[in-house]
Design a binder for this molecule. Structure first.
Ligand code: ZN
Length: 314
């Protein structure tokens, strides 16, 4: 059996003392990195939610335009959103023109509160999911990361993000309405730099999360993303890449996950037994692998067991 080793805060250069200090002051220490001309990334840690990282495990970013910044995702808390907005305004000397929320997972939208409501948009199903389930997601994250979440409330974007081309402040973007990681996943493509913000449809060097996944749809979405002529890809979690390796890695993991769990269901394994399945060596280096795999069994296995039962001869 694989021995799971926790990833400690020291991995990211903060050290335990530094991490404790950050937690005490609730300072996310957000520093954007320019990954293409006028395209900036706030890179999250490759960890689970903890009281040390305050939920900063997610990639967010912004694009400069003459009308102000176009923000992609708002992070896990009101404080993150506020610190992100302040960092952007300081760096650009301009305000926020538009905010796109890629999907209804708490680490991607709970910073919405920090932004003017008329700037926020998302796909219709994402808006609906935040409206109905956002408060529960916020309460759950509060339990995991504590005080960082103080004052955070779920805010559903007021406007629909419409798929297709859109020009904001002279910057030409293309919005893609996809699904599979959740019921609605927005990807944002910048024509000038050929940068693709893939949201959580793509993970890199970190095991994908599946609480609302439809793996078949997700694999189709990856096929769509692969057809895009991008030069830079920003995954929802993990390092930026300049080729298709992150798409290929996400696809390979999802295919293996589906096949492994279907096989387990056919063998009649119970969920606890399915959790003991050996993950192939090619995925051994993915961050938070064992926890995400076990969570995926919880999320996906009951439906697979049901399907196997339906197919079984009576
Ligand atoms: Zn997600």
């Amino acid at each position: 059996m694989r021995v799971w080793r926790p990833i400690v805060a020291a991995c990211c250069g903060l050290g335990i003392a530094g991490a404790a200090l950050a937690a005490a002051t609730f300072d996310y220490g957000l520093k954007a990195k320019e990954i293409a001309e006028g395209v900036h990334l706030f890179e999250g840690r490759m960890e689970h939610f903890t009281r040390e990282n305050g939920g900063n495990i997610v990639n967010t970013g912004y694009l400069e335009t003459s009308a102000g910044a176009v923000v992609i995702d708002t992070g896990p808390s009101r404080r993150y959103g506020e610190q992100m907005r302040a960092a952007i305004e300081k760096q650009t000397g301009k305000g926020i023109a538009q905010v796109f929320v890629t999907h209804a997972h708490p680490d991607h939208f709970l910073g919405d509160q920090a932004f003017a409501s008329d700037t926020l948009s998302a796909l219709p199903a994402t808006r609906a999911a935040i409206q109905t389930g956002g408060d529960d997601l916020a309460a759950n994250l509060y339990r995991m990361v504590g005080g960082w979440m103080e004052g955070t409330e779920a805010v559903a974007p007021a406007h629909d993000a419409k798929p297709g081309p859109i020009v904001i402040g002279g910057r030409a973007l293309r919005l893609l309405a996809l699904a599979g990681h959740t019921g609605a996943d927005l990807a944002v493509y910048d024509e000038k730099t050929r940068t693709l913000f893939a949201g959580d449809l793509v993970f890199f060097q970190r095991a994908p999360t599946t609480p609302n996944a439809d793996i078949g749809q997700w694999l189709s979405a990856l096929d769509q993303l692969e057809k895009i002529d991008f030069a830079v890809l920003v995954p929802g979690h993990g390092p930026v890449v300049k080729d298709k390796t992150a798409i290929a890695q996400t696809r390979a993991y999802l295919r293996w996950l589906r096949t492994a769990l279907q096989g387990a269901a056919r063998q009649g394994l119970d969920p606890t037994e399915a959790m003991q399945i050996q993950v192939p060596a090619e995925f051994a280096k993915l961050a938070v692998l064992q926890e995400e795999f076990q969570r995926s069994v919880v999320h996906l296995y009951p439906a697979m067991e049901l399907e196997t039962l339906k197919k079984a001869p009576h």
